[in-house]
Design a protein. Structure first.
Length: 323
């Protein structure tokens, strides 16, 4: 399994990955992104920024990179970086299918992506991903699986996914929304020819939304690799937006709030990879400091008080503007 490469890595940051959602397209919902990226967000400008981040991440020990079909040109940027560095063979590359990017390289589009978990969507997007990443694709995930998704019941799709797994590509799913825990448990129950369909799960988990924690622990115990996304809550746990208790503990540890927020997730025994969504090399360096932040039980207890009710958390997330 490709994630064995991460287990073989010896750097402290090997279990921090880099997600490319914030740099593969001109618009995204992370707070402060209007300051983090150049005003002229041409494809060439974001290609250069993506390469800068990938170079910095790799140099500092990061070995998992995460993209998606709906992240604008993220797959193309990542593919270009891999082609330019043929010696880089010790990384794990993940992408996702199920959303189509529809913003046409605009930040003010009415709709930035459209969801479709049908077989035809999988066939089309698998071909598109293959044209870009080829045999460098290690992990292909259903993007934002929810309880109402046909991907949970479509046996034809399950056969497609199992066939891809037989070719050596790891199959996983990501989740979103206040019902993540129920979705994870439903996906864990899926079998194809008597075997579990999924080998990884990617879910939102952070100091504000911990509702999926028990389900992620169950997934880990079942043998899945757990990937955590949005560990700094789209910027709500970073910089000036960070709540006062988080800023206090950051001062106590000599780290930044984002590093503390990431460290609080990294210490979960079920967390296999925790994603950074950095848009600048400075943010990335701060995020990676999480690997050496040591939080005691008293500090973790204070951080636990930041927890929000899941529905309220996701309602607030839905209100974040696309910058």
């Amino acid at each position: 399994m490709p994630f064995a490469r991460l287990k073989a890595a010896t750097t402290p940051t090997a279990h921090i990955g880099l997600g490319l959602a914030a740099v593969g397209r001109p618009g995204y919902i992370n707070l402060g992104r209007d300051r983090d990226l150049p005003a002229e967000r041409t494809p060439d400008a974001l290609l250069a920024r993506t390469h800068e981040l990938l170079d910095a991440a790799y140099a500092q020990g990061v070995r998992y990179f995460d993209a998606a079909r709906s992240y604008g040109r993220a797959e193309a940027f990542l593919a270009d970086w891999l082609r330019a560095r043929p010696a880089v063979q010790d990384v794990v590359i993940g992408s996702k299918w199920g959303y189509t990017y529809t913003a046409d390289w605009r930040s003010d589009a009415d709709a930035h992506e459209v969801k479709d978990h049908g077989v035809a969507s999988f066939d089309r997007q698998r071909t598109e991903t293959g044209m870009l990443l080829g045999d460098r694709l290690d992990l292909y995930q259903i993007h934002s699986l929810t309880l109402d998704s046909p991907a949970l019941t479509d046996t034809e799709l399950h056969a497609r996914l199992a066939a891809l797994a037989a070719e050596g590509v790891t199959i996983g799913f990501s989740t979103s929304g206040p019902d993540q825990a129920d979705t994870i448990r439903a996906a864990l129950a899926l079998r194809f020819d008597g075997e579990p369909l999924f080998s990884t799960v990617q879910a939102t988990y952070n100091l504000l939304d911990t509702a999926a924690g028990d389900a992620l622990a169950e997934a880990h115990d079942a043998g899945l690799t757990v990937i955590v996304k949005e560990a700094v809550a789209n910027g709500r746990l970073a910089g000036p937006a960070a709540p006062a208790p988080l800023r206090d503990i950051a001062e106590e540890t000599g780290a930044t709030p984002d590093a503390v927020a990431l460290a609080a997730v990294l210490c979960r025994p079920w967390a296999g990879v925790v994603l950074s969504g950095a848009a600048t090399a400075v943010q990335l360096a701060a995020n990676l400091h999480a690997a050496v932040v040591d939080l005691d039980e008293e500090q973790l207890g204070r951080l636990g008080e930041l927890r929000e009710e899941p529905t309220a958390y996701w309602q607030q997330r839905a209100k974040l503007p696309w910058h």
